[in-house]
Ligand binder design. Structure first.
Ligand SMILES: NC(=O)c1ccc[n+]([C@@H]2O[C@H](COP(=O)([O-])OP(=O)(O)OC[C@H]3O[C@@H](n4cnc5c(N)ncnc54)[C@H](O)[C@@H]3O)[C@@H](O)[C@H]2O)c1
Ligand SMILES: [Zn+2]
Ligand SMILES: [Zn+2]
Length: 394
């Protein structure tokens, strides 16, 4: 197999010896807003009914981890806690009732789960599950309201975003775990756990970008660049990348960005510039920076009459949309996208196959690799705008 397969080197645990038992392992634990990640020994309890315990082999850092670590939103402050949601690993053991996965399967966690049974999962109109959807306020397991992590002296350590991947072992609801082809590179599969699926899915599923159309992407991190890659793969004729960091422009070229705008270099608002160069605005604009001013610029960059703005950035402050309702009568529309509107469990395996077949090019998204012990340095790389995804090897 090609370089797409890197899994053979890492068998992970010996499940038969750990199944049903508490595992003591290393995790990066945070004890307060913006407090450093401390690698310490923790206990990971066995999976309960419809839960899965997985050995994390690779995890990386998404801007949503950064926002929740900063914890501007007080309601999200729960400690001690294990962050992390973008990862790939191997099933160590499954709880009662889990039939779609077994020990040794290669898997990726999904923060926006799919139980398959609820009215939401059965609807084609949403990828949100009634119980296992993304929820930044949730910090315990659904089954019993307890944690599966504890300190060595038995105190609870809380979960994050249905996943918690900054640990050698984690426990998730099976609805939040997707089995992937064992031939696929687990390093690359970790990208599908959040950033790349979110961005590509926003272009394919949420916006349904058409061949020949024009696109503007605001914020060229992994999510924004994945939007560009998704738009390129759909045959967009022009992809305008907007970022305040010029270094991101080089990355953008590789995923089909045709024009770059650094708002700091302009004397006019970005939307005026985009309107000038496109003859009235783009067909689709995407906000991937998590900034309300940027969101307004993205909205006004969409073409009068039909332009669509997709909101991907997470806004942690309690501020509301910067739009006057009458502005919606100009024919522009705006929609949010969670996990690129992919239904994780039913659609990700096919998406993974498409990535392996080269429909989407995953090269270039992993810009750095570090050992797990250097997690604080990895966070700093994202804060400094130097990395897209820094893969931590556990
Ligand atoms: N909706 C979802 O399901 C979902 C999933 C993953 C991430 N997110 C969110 O998407 C956003 C992007 O995530 P990421 O991991 O790619 O982050 P990132 O930090 O890698 O990228 C953000 C980019 O925005 C740029 N930026 C910042 N301020 C800007 C401004 N004023 N104008 C233009 N560009 C600006 C930065 O330079 C950076 O390149 C975050 O808000 C994250 O929380 C949402
Ligand atoms: Zn994420
Ligand atoms: Zn459901």
């Amino acid at each position: 197999m090609s370089s797409f397969n890197d899994a053979s080197s890492n068998g992970g645990s010996n499940p038969s010896s750990t199944k049903g038992k508490i595992i003591t392992c290393k995790a990066a634990v945070v004890r307060g807003p913006k407090q450093p990640f401390v690698i310490e020994q923790i206990q990971v309890h066995p999976p309960q009914k419809m839960e899965v315990r997985i050995k994390i082999l690779y995890t990386s850092i998404c801007h949503s981890d950064l926002s929740c670590w900063i914890a501007e939103n007080e309601a999200q402050r729960v400690y001690p806690r294990i962050f992390g949601h973008e990862a790939a690993g191997i099933v160590e053991s499954v709880g009662e009732g889990v039939t779609d996965m077994k020990e040794g399967d290669h898997v990726v966690p999904i923060f926006n789960g799919e139980c398959g049974d609820c009215s939401y999962c059965k609807s084609t109109k949403t990828n949100l599950c009634e119980k296992n959807r993304v929820n930044p306020y949730k910090s315990v397991m659904l089954n019993d309201g307890k944690t599966r992590f504890s300190t060595l002296d038995g105190k609870p350590i809380y979960h994050f975003l249905n996943t918690s991947t900054f640990t050698e072992y984690t426990v998730l609801d099976s609805a939040n775990v997707v089995k992937v082809d064992s031939e696929a590179s687990l390093k690359k599969m970790s990208l599908l756990s959040c950033g790349v699926s979110t961005g590509v899915g926003a272009a394919w599923n949420t916006a349904n970008v058409q061949a020949g159309s024009t696109v503007a992407v605001f914020g060229l991190g992994a999510v924004g660049l994945a939007v560009a890659e998704g738009s390129r793969s759909r045959g967009a004729s022009r992809i305008i990348g907007v970022d305040i960091n010029n270094e991101k422009f080089i990355k953008g070229q590789a995923v089909g960005v045709t024009d770059f705008i650094n708002p700091m270099d302009l004397k006019q608002p970005v939307h005026e510039k985009i309107s000038e160069i496109t003859g009235g605005g783009v067909d689709y604009s995407f906000e991937c920076a998590g900034n309300l001013d940027v969101l307004r610029e993205a909205f006004l960059s969409a073409h009068d009459g039909w332009g669509l703005t997709v909101v991907l950035g997470i806004h942690t402050s309690p501020t509301t949309l910067p739009l006057h309702p009458m502005e919606l009568f100009n024919g522009r529309s705006i929609v949010g996208s969670t996990f690129g509107d992919f239904k994780g469990k039913s659609q990700l395996p096919h998406f993974a196959q498409q990535c392996m077949n080269g429909v989407v090019n995953l090269d270039g998204f992993i810009t750095h690799e570090l050992p797990f012990s250097e997690i604080n340095e990895a966070f700093q790389l994202l804060i400094d705008g130097k990395s897209l995804r820094c893969l931590l090897q556990l």
